[in-house]
Design a protein around this ligand. Sequence first.
Ligand code: EPU
Length: 432
Amino acid sequence: MDVFRIEGPVRLSGTVTVNGSKNASLPIMAAAVLAPGKSVLKGAPRLSDISVFSQLLTDIGCKVAREANGNISIDSTAIGKPVGEYDIVRKMRAGICILGPLLARCGKAQVSMPGGCAIGYRPVDIHLRGLRELGAEINLENGYIVADAARGLQGNEIFLGGPFGSTVLGTANVMMAATLAKGTTVIESAACEPEVADLANCLNKMGAKITGIGSPRLVIEGVKQLRPFEYQVIPDRIEAGTFMVAAAITKGCLHINNCRLQDLMAVVDKLRHIGVTVEAEKSGPLRREASEAGCIVTCSGRVRSTDITTQPYPGFPTDLQAQFMALLALADGNSIIIEKIFPDRFMHVAELSRMAADLRKEGSAVIVSGVDKLIAAPVMASDLRASAALVLAGLAAQGTTIINRVYHIDRGYEKIEERLNPVGAKITRESA
Ligand code: EPU
């Protein structure tokens, strides 16, 4: 297991480039199952989660290859067994989004029920409710979701909201299944996340008829068949947001390439509010049609405190909550961070506290009292975003931070040390 040794404090300055989105790539890879033939995904990051998903596709009978130019080709001509095995799905919960495509393609599917997760209890009841409303019969057997739609799926009006709002992968699953259902499906309370919109755009390129993309009401007119895709995935907004915080926490200046500011409005708003300058590379308002070219993030002093509540898109993303906690730990004043998507997603609180952050957890909120400095310590990476917060804290802390279990970071950030070191970070990867 690798560890990171991070020397701090540093000031970051220079250019970083955002990779393709992990969370958009995974469901798009699943969509390849909907159309027999060879699909090509461009721009997918080289991450362990992508490799595990490739393994899942290979296991069901697809031929998956990473080509020399970085494209991932998925030949789904033959599906041998429509089964998402426990040994693969337990490594990555996103494996659940193979369920809808397999069911639509094969008329039946079995996918291991995802188990525990570092960020809290994550049920899939809404996925199953949606697929049942499309006519599937679904049972749980030996830890597997066993779904049957021998007579085909039938379009329906479906409400996909839950206790925490919409569901990203639930919407993806039901939307993918509905593309091949008979008749029209209306999904109310659909997730509006850019990753869901990207999947819908890819499905339309495959011949699906989806309208309302990016809104909470998706209308999907079922078609008889889809064709394989060649598709470029969107930039990763969470990686972009993490780089923005890296610039802010080191009082540095980063030019962030391949970043769609229009996907990060809530984050940019918060950064500006606490005193960080975020400029679109091509000046102008951050509209939907704004350029993907990039932005420049500058922070010249200590940030101000603020309140953050995580929400479904377009609200502030839960996937940047931990990184902002690291930043606000050094703010001038007291902040409050409320987690409304995953109320237990606070594995980073204890580790940041080991670095002298002043944090007090109250239910699903954390009160962050800004301190003058963070002090390096050995810490443990837990989930992916919590680990990113520790890297950010390490950049700003006095001394040498050692982060154990770096594989968590590798799940979501491709060689983060090789991308931050050229702009001033001092991160060494060591094999423990
Ligand atoms: N929920 C239910 N029932 C369901 C599905 C979800 O109650 O059937 C609840 C969840 O427990 C949670 C809320 O609804 O409280 C939202 O969960 P959602 O289903 O949207 O999460 P997800 O689709 O499983 C994706 C991302 C996560 C990201 C969340 C929220 C992927 C592969 N994962 O998960 O990303 O945090 O949406 O935006 O797209 C990460 O990248 O680090 C990560 C965890």
